[in-house]
Design a protein around this ligand. Structure first.
Ligand code: XIL
Length: 429
């Protein structure tokens, strides 16, 4: 076993150098299966560039998506204004983020084109005719989506159009344009990048409530009109009792699961799109444990529901989270602490994802009993999470969501045979 491990180490090191400039240990990304995992750059860290050099590598270790959460808003407070005047755009920060996502092998989910907040005063302080305003909005969507055509896989086109009590959100766009602004925005975004997946993102509609009933009706109506809407995001900013940001809406795993199913049945993908789990400060070991359960249960609710295709966290480290600034007395809402140390929530999420990988290994063992004989407990080496089969002297390993098989007697290097996503599909049949 010892010399085989050394041999494996050399072989895997060679391979890892070929695959990508490597991190040195296992992260959540190792186990990304059917559900895409993303992290926001980064919570409240809109003053991002070029300060914190740890953030993006750390996201790349733990996710397959970067979520650009603030730098593509029209005018996020504290960030560089994306559209400083009617006729000018400033893409400097957004460009850097897009390039760094690409350099780190991350796909991109971007937030957001139309929202009632984070709008520049040149827009909100002036009177516009309907035609002028439609032109401003259309230009915005065409310019921003067009610039990143083929680079941004997923757009939150419209953000927070519904109130938790079941009415359209009373915001700048609704006041000036009426509810049609929603479908127009989707159509323009689709024209600007026909391959991008377009999402309607919402909070206070995660569980089963007046708000989520209304949200369901809006999505149904948009789809019946042929509006190009491909997915919905349920923000899922919760506390330890799964209370979301909307009135009486509660995103317990059961309610979330039921809501995801009824939305998914309409024919859209569903993402948990901005999760964080706020706790009273100072955090205690008990509250951190409860938080760990909430993260793991919400992830399971998504993984076990085939309509749920993405789990996106609103940041990664407590160093950069909007919670403590926005909700006095609460915070510590993310997976890593302020020094990038793993919190119980991170450990629980990793373990939950590992369990699914283990199920895939077991499925392979049952399917190929003659080839994989006598599994040893899993080990980790060079980002690979693997099992060694002592009787058949071969390995199955997982890395970056891909499944590898290695028989040292037959091939010099591991061979990619499948993906965790495919394995999960096959298991589900
Ligand atoms: C938040 C940002 O994280 C903060 O920095 C900003 O001050 C306010 O907005 N739902 C959303 C996000 O859709 O855009 C919000 O982002 C958090 C709640």
């Amino acid at each position: 076993m010892k010399h085989i491990s050394t041999f494996l180490l050399i072989a895997l090191m060679t391979l890892s150098a070929q695959v990508r400039a490597s991190t040195n240990d296992e992260g959540l990304r190792t186990h990304v299966g059917r559900v895409d995992i993303g992290m926001q750059v980064g919570g409240d860290e809109i003053f991002w560039i070029p300060g914190d050099k740890q953030l993006i590598p750390s996201i790349a270790k733990n996710a397959n998506y970067m979520l650009i959460g603030n730098n593509l808003k029209w005018a996020a407070p504290g960030a560089r204004t994306l559209r400083p005047t009617k006729d000018t755009f400033d893409f400097a920060d957004a460009d850097v983020l897009v390039e760094s996502a690409q350099a780190n092998g991350l796909k991109i989910r971007a937030h957001t084109l139309v929202w009632g907040q984070a709008l520049p005063s040149w827009l909100t302080d002036q009177e516009w005719s309907r035609e002028e305003l439609l032109k401003i909005l259309r230009d915005h969507i065409k310019t921003v989506v067009g610039r990143y055509r083929g680079k941004i896989a997923i757009w939150d086109v419209v953000n927070e159009a519904v109130e938790w009590n079941g009415v359209y959100q009373e915001n700048f766009w609704l006041r000036k344009l009426g509810p049609d602004y929603i479908e127009m925005a989707f159509r323009w975004a689709h024209e600007a990048d026909p391959d991008a997946l377009l999402f309607l993102n919402e909070d206070g509609t995660e569980g089963l409530s007046q708000g989520s009933d209304k949200f369901l009706e809006i999505v149904r109506t948009l789809l019946s009109k042929g509006v190009p809407i491909h997915g919905v995001g349920l923000e899922t900013h919760v506390d330890l009792s799964y209370q979301t940001l909307g009135g009486n809406d509660v995103a317990s795993p059961q309610a979330l699961n039921a809501n995801i199913t009824r939305l998914g049945k309409l024919g859209v993908r569903v993402h948990i799109s901005e999760i964080d789990v706020r706790i009273p400060l100072p955090a205690t070991s008990e509250s951190l444990q409860r938080q760990a359960h909430v993260y793991a249960d919400l992830y399971k609710a998504c993984e076990d529901n085939s309509y749920c295709t993405g789990f996106f966290v609103w940041g990664l480290t407590d160093k950069w989270s909007w919670i403590s600034r926005t909700f006095p007395g609460q915070g510590a809402a993310l997976l890593l602490d302020e020094n990038y140390g793993a919190k119980p929530a991170y450990v629980a999420l990793l373990q939950t994802m590992r369990n699914s990988t283990d199920k895939c290994f077991s499925w392979l063992e049952n399917t190929y009993p003659a080839v994989l004989r006598k599994p040893q407990p899993p080990e980790i080496l060079q980002d690979y999470y693997y099992r060694y089969y002592s009787e058949s002297n071969n390995f199955v390993a997982v890395r970056d969501g891909k499944v590898f098989y290695w028989d040292p007697a037959a091939f010099p290097l591991p061979v990619e045979i499948s993906s965790l996503s495919r394995c999960m599909d096959l298991m589900a049949r």
